[in-house]
Design a protein around this ligand. Structure first.
Ligand SMILES: NC(=O)c1ccc[n+]([C@@H]2O[C@H](COP(=O)([O-])OP(=O)(O)OC[C@H]3O[C@@H](n4cnc5c(N)ncnc54)[C@H](OP(=O)(O)O)[C@@H]3O)[C@@H](O)[C@H]2O)c1
Length: 310
């Protein structure tokens, strides 16, 4: 019998208890799974979400892994008391949700859908959009989410460039990496999708200088993290028309404060951090697979590199 502490909050427990118990039974794991913990030293695995019960991991002396329910780990990775392996969430259903959000919002801008959905003057202007092959897209971040989105965009017909920290070769994509590859990745892009993690190295990656590399009137989609964009530089580029539109799902402060200029800017669409969420049924299988691996002495999947910060 192994002890698993669900330290991701009572409200999530309502949604996760049944899928986790099902996944544990399917994996043949006999476990004491609970949202309460009276003896931290007895806990083998912690299922974790930021804002939950744990700030100090020190008492969990026998814990083999902390299994994060979120893809992003910026709120736990730098916790100095966390010495146990930290695994992040790579959930097929979360990835599918992100692909749909990115495809939908890319096609909205590409097809100029707003012109026809909101047309109170009944203006008849039969102008077709170019086809996707004529509209280069750049995906910043080629991890679990970025690669899936880049591949889906490429399958629709967009020429896709990707940018990552380390060199990558992905069939059908043109790839760039590192600081030296940033300008080549962004130059003349008509759409930029940000799927980078929040680390010191990615702060303000879109700023006055890098925004100027994009094609005039480009669209920016940010389902990554709010800090990736210098907000003031973006607002200035939107005001001047250098950037045509920004669809933003994540912000430096969430919920986005009522007085923030993004809410009222005619070239900004705000979505409330809903691009993709972890889904209990599939995520429970991911978590339990890592517990099974831990018990079998196999390496954990989706391990976070503390030094890299993601
Ligand atoms: N809005 C939402 O609902 C939502 C939902 C889930 C996740 N997210 C966000 O999406 C982010 C990405 O998730 P993921 O699962 O795809 O992460 P991931 O698998 O860890 O991939 C991160 C990617 O970013 C690249 N990267 C990191 N630092 C970089 C740097 N300094 N310069 C260039 N590239 C850099 C990595 O490069 P390498 O491949 O070379 O390491 C990797 O390709 C998460 O961190 C989270 O912030 C948002």
């Amino acid at each position: 019998m192994i002890t698993i502490y669900f330290a991701a909050g009572q409200s999530r427990w309502q949604n996760y208890e049944a899928p986790l118990r099902t996944a544990l039974a399917e994996a043949g794991i006999i476990a004491d799974l609970s949202p309460d913990c009276s003896d931290p030293a007895a806990v083998f695995y912690i299922i974790f979400a930021p804002g939950g019960e744990i700030e100090d991991f020190t008492p969990f002396s026998r814990c083999k892994a902390v299994l994060n329910l979120w893809a992003g780990v910026e709120r736990v990775v730098a916790n100095p008391t966390l010495t146990q392996p930290l695994c992040r969430m790579v959930d097929p259903a979360l990835t599918a949700g992100m692909v749909e959000w990115v495809l939908g919002h890319t096609l909205r801008h590409h097809l100029g859908m707003d012109r026809h959905i909101i047309n109170p003057s009944r203006h008849w202007e039969p102008t077709c959009s170019p086809i996707a092959a004529e509209r280069p897209v750049t995906v910043m971040g080629l991890g679990a989410l970025g690669q899936a989105c880049a591949t889906a965009l490429q399958q629709v017909g967009f020429p896709v460039r990707g940018w990552s920290r380390t060199e990558k070769q992905i069939p059908g994509l043109t790839t760039h990496h590192g600081t030296d590859g940033l300008k080549a990745a962004l130059t003349d892009a008509k759409t930029v999708v940000l799927l980078l993690p929040k680390t010191p190295a990615t702060e303000n990656i879109l700023n006055m200088e890098t925004l100027s590399f994009l094609a005039t009137g480009a669209a920016i989609l940010n389902p990554g993290r709010g800090h990736l964009i210098d907000d003031l530089a973006l607002l200035a580029a939107l005001d001047s028309g250098a950037i045509g539109h920004a669809t933003l799902d994540v912000f430096r402060t969430e919920p986005l404060p009522q007085e923030h200029p993004f809410w009222s800017h005619p070239r900004v669409t705000v979505t409330p951090h809903i691009a993709a969420e972890t889904r209990p049924n599939s995520a429970s299988r991911v978590v339990v697979d890592n517990i099974r691996r831990g018990e079998a002495g196999q390496p954990f999947l989706h391990l976070v590199d503390r030094d890299r910060g993601y």
